[in-house]
Write a protein that binds this ligand. Structure first.
Ligand SMILES: [Zn+2]
Length: 863
């Protein structure tokens, strides 16, 4: 739930290394258990039990949609219960991709983190049997209230996307994870997800609303809407009972599945443990366990504890379904576990009848489900792999096909086909597929003006709150359709049937075995600026590196940089040639900033035969998700600071992880990272200031024992800056020399007005004059976990608040202690400095310089 498990996340930070080790082992075990998990692009290979379960699902014609805001909000116990016990077609609609969360396994943040979390959701659904849907909403970070949420999200667009999900998925039952009636009690995204779901429940059936969608789908009225409640949402078990008396349906989500050898809650734990980058590992639970749903809207279930009560979920539900049911219920009843291929004649008969259905919605769903069953029952193996991981929009693809039938059913391989530029190319091998005799084919496909295959929602520039996707048919999809597919046309026992397969890239590594990767279409050349934020603390030119990557063999061209006004680049362009596809070449430019404060964007480009390429290729490669190839605008922020500094040698005690030392080095400080266990009474005095990294008192046990040396250092004239620590129910002791109570106060609006309340304080004047304009351009938030109570020794410097809240004065507190200074700040310097926010640099330089008014600034020393 993003904010709710924050305590768990923090706890896991401490156990990160250990935890990840265990996770990978766990994941391996899990993969062995669930051969159907779509790890990367590996083809599914269903065993007999799984085929049987698929037939049970084929024979259930009911649909459920679960709605919340983030990856990991979803209740996998209920989703798994609906998908595996009820056998309903079940989807999770996550309004966002979780772009604003934290990343425990790598450095990706924001949109790239959203991409990882999308894949983790798909992995979770691969285990619990659900499907995955999204809207265009971008997770912009923590939000206290739905009102604020909807200032960032375009309500009409997000609501339209929820309506679109309902109209296309056509659920009988919708279940909200959050309460729409209690804004302000949880993350604003959470409440908003429930509020939009309640509105969309009616709008989806209204043919005068979002009429552009009706070119592609039809209106839909779900039967009923629930809220998946629990005592967690209320203050106590008694309050929960009182609020929900008589309104609840209860389901036991602890049911046991003998076919899997697992309890439903075990399946659910495995699914939610896929949220690796959020540290969502869970202890597996077994045994009976209750889930509660509160009826909100629609027709009340007649049987209280049956979510689908009164809804026809049999084949009789659709016109012409009766005779299909007659065939398929018999197959289910008499299923031959030792030889599923025995059922192929009946399955093919049903296949022909489904093909004739006039209900296009159910026809598409049931054909897809049944084809998967037929393919598995016949032991068909159909795979098409490219000999290279990518090609260019006009490139060639060499493909290898493996075609194998492992049944006695008379089967012919009539032809295969693919689409190119709107034209279907058909090739006809016309071969009989003898039982267990493999057929290998190869072909070369010449592409014509294909689009790049990168994630569709990252193709256009997005805003903080919304992705820009205009193609209605793409909206909601978890990922881009794969760029190249081959359709195999077979004739099985006199029935024509076709199977479409994505082209994959398959290879092996000695230490990893066989690896499947998505096949991609990528530019001929991409460039990237080695550093994404470049800080110039004076007027001197700096070397800026551009990395060129070849997307095909033998490329030759020029690479250049576009500079902001008044910045100069030398040379203008640099010629390059790269012989081997995939190779990189690095070239250097000299960039000179203007005099005085300035910031802008540096953009790199390559030109080949008059065509300009401005994209950077970002590859994301983790073991638990398929490899991701993303194309972003190749650019970097450049900042020329007009900044004065006193003091030079900074000691840094790392906490949970931030890049402040690198940021300080960029503006010329000499920073030494201190091992906290080595701190003693004499090795700190050499530092002009000692800075403590974020959450250090939460994560570094040694600090507790070394605090006395740190305070002694301050007493003797040192300068200590402590950045934010989190405070749980029991609070946190940060060892301040005077009373200081860290609270959960935060200011999440990064544009919130900042009032300087201590205008005359040295922190606001020396060596840089701080003005309100220095608080412009901050990113994500102002700060978090501000103290809300402090001793009179502390001077509060700034005041700020989110809309509708009281002023918070604890963001930056300073106290004279002995001859030195102790400062505590919840301001998000760990975000602002790496983002190149000049005002944050000036303020931090003042904090490092406090007490050094009588010493010359470094500029003065030079002059
Ligand atoms: Zn959440």
């Amino acid at each position: 739930m993003n904010d709710c498990p924050i305590i768990i996340i923090l706890y896991l930070f401490r156990l990160l290394k250990d935890f990840l080790m265990k996770k990978y082992i766990y994941f391996t075990l899990l993969a062995a258990l669930f051969s159907t998990i779509v790890t990367a692009q590996k083809p599914q290979k269903l065993n007999s039990n799984q085929i049987y379960e698929k037939i049970q699902k084929l024979n259930f014609l009911g649909t459920a949609l679960y709605i919340a805001a983030h990856p990991d909000d979803e209740n996998t116990r209920l989703i798994s219960y609906l998908a595996n016990n009820v056998k309903a077609r079940t989807a999770y609609l996550s309004l966002t991709r979780g772009d604003g969360g934290q990343n425990l396994i790598g450095t990706e943040i924001r949109e790239l983190l959203g991409l990882i979390r999308t894949q983790e959701l798909l992995a979770a659904r691969g285990i619990d049997g659900g499907e995955q849907l999204f809207t265009r909403a971008n997770d912009f970070g923590y939000s206290k209230h739905p009102k604020e949420t909807l200032e960032f999200w375009d309500k009409e667009k997000v609501l339209s996307d929820v309506v679109w999900a309902i109209r296309t998925f056509k659920p009988d039952v919708i279940i909200n994870r959050f309460n729409h009636r209690t804004p302000g009690t949880t993350h604003g995204h959470h409440t908003t997800s429930a509020m939009l779901s309640v509105e969309a429940f009616d709008l989806a059936a209204n043919k005068t609303k979002y009429t552009n969608q009706l070119k592609h789908t039809s209106v839909w009225q779900p039967q009923r809407l629930f809220f998946n409640t629990s005592s967690w949402f209320y203050r106590s078990q008694a309050a929960f009972k009182k609020a929900t008396e008589g309104k609840l349906s209860t389901v036991d989500v602890g049911v046991y599945y003998p076919l899997k050898g697992l309890s439903n809650n075990e399946v659910a734990s495995m699914a939610s443990s896929q949220h690796l980058c959020q540290g969502f590992g869970r202890v597996t639970r077994r045994g009976s366990q209750q889930e509660y749903v509160e009826f909100l809207k629609g027709t009340k279930p007649k049987v209280q504890n049956d979510i689908f009560s009164g809804i026809n979920t049999t084949w009789n539900r659709i016109k012409g379904g009766g005779e299909i049911g007659d065939i398929l219920y018999e197959v289910e009843k008499n299923f031959a576990f030792s030889n599923p291929s025995k059922h192929l004649p009946e399955l093919l008969k049903a296949y022909d009848k489904i093909n004739l259905l006039t209900d296009t919605h159910w026809k598409a769903i049931k054909l897809k489900q049944l084809k998967e069953i037929i393919e598995a029952a016949a032991g068909l193996y159909l795979e098409v792999s490219a000999t290279s991981s990518s090609t260019t929009p006009n490139g060639q693809v060499e493909i290898r096909m493996e075609v194998l039938n492992r049944s006695n059913l008379t089967t012919f391989f009539d032809s295969y086909s693919y689409e190119q530029n709107g034209v279907t190319v058909v090739k006809s091998p016309e071969k009989q597929l003898e039982n267990n005799v493999k057929l290998n084919l190869s072909d070369t496909i010449q592409l014509k003006n294909n689009a790049y295959s990168d994630p569709y929602w990252l193709k256009n520039k997005w805003s903080l709150g919304m992705y820009d996707v205009t193609n209605q048919l793409q909206i909601g999809k978890p990922e881009s359709d794969r760029p190249l597919q081959i359709t195999f046309h077979l004739n099985m026992w006199e029935h024509d049937i076709s199977f479409t397969k994505n082209v994959v890239y398959r290879y092996s590594k000695r230490d990893k075995g066989e690896i499947y990767e998505p096949f991609e279409i990528l530019p001929e050349v991409t460039t990237k600026l080695a550093n994404k934020v470049l800080i110039f603390s004076d007027g001197k030119p700096q070397k800026v590196q551009v990395v060129i990557r070849a997307g095909e063999n033998n490329i030759k061209g020029n690479v250049g940089l576009d500079a902001p006004r008044n910045w100069t680049i030398s040379p203008k362009e640099i010629p390059f040639s790269i012989a081997q596809k995939g190779d990189n070449l690095t070239v250097d430019f000299m960039v000179t900033p203007p005099n005085g404060q300035s910031e802008g964007v540096l953009k790199s480009f390559a030109t080949i035969n008059g065509k300009q390429y401005r994209k950077e290729l970002v590859e994301i490669n983790y073991n638990h998700i398929p490899k991701q190839s993303v194309l972003l605008d190749s650019e970097a922020k450049v900042v020329r600071l007009d900044i004065k500094k006193n003091g030079n040698y900074i000691g840094y005690i790392a906490g949970a992880g931030d890049v402040i030392p690198e940021s300080l080095r960029q503006i010329g400080y000499n920073v030494l990272v201190i091992d906290p266990t080595k701190i003693n009474n004499e090795n700190l005095h050499k530092f002009d200031a000692v800075v403590v990294g974020i959450r250090a008192y939460n994560t570094v046990d040694a600090l507790k024992f070394k605090q006395k040396f740190l305070l002694e250092y301050v007493e003797k004239g040192g300068n200590m800056i402590v950045q934010y620590n989190t405070s749980g129910r029991r609070g946190i002791d940060v060892g301040a020399p005077y009373e200081l109570k860290v609270s959960r106060d935060r200011v999440t609006d990064e544009t919130a007005t900042v009032t300087i309340i201590a205008k005359k304080h040295s922190l606001m004047n020396f060596p840089n004059k701080i003005e309100s304009s220095d608080f412009n351009g901050w990113v994500q938030e102002r700060g978090l976990y501000f103290p809300n109570k402090w001793g009179k020794e502390f001077a509060p410097i700034l005041s700020m608040n989110d809309k509708g809240e009281t002023a918070k004065e604890g963001s930056l507190l300073v106290a004279k202690h002995g001859k030195g200074y102790y400062m505590y700040t919840g301001l998000s310097f760990f975000r602002e400095l790496p983002a190149g926010v000049s005002g944050a640099y000036k303020l931090f330089a003042n904090m490092l310089s406090i007490g050094k008014e009588n010493i010359k600034t470094q500029q003065e020393i030079k002059e």
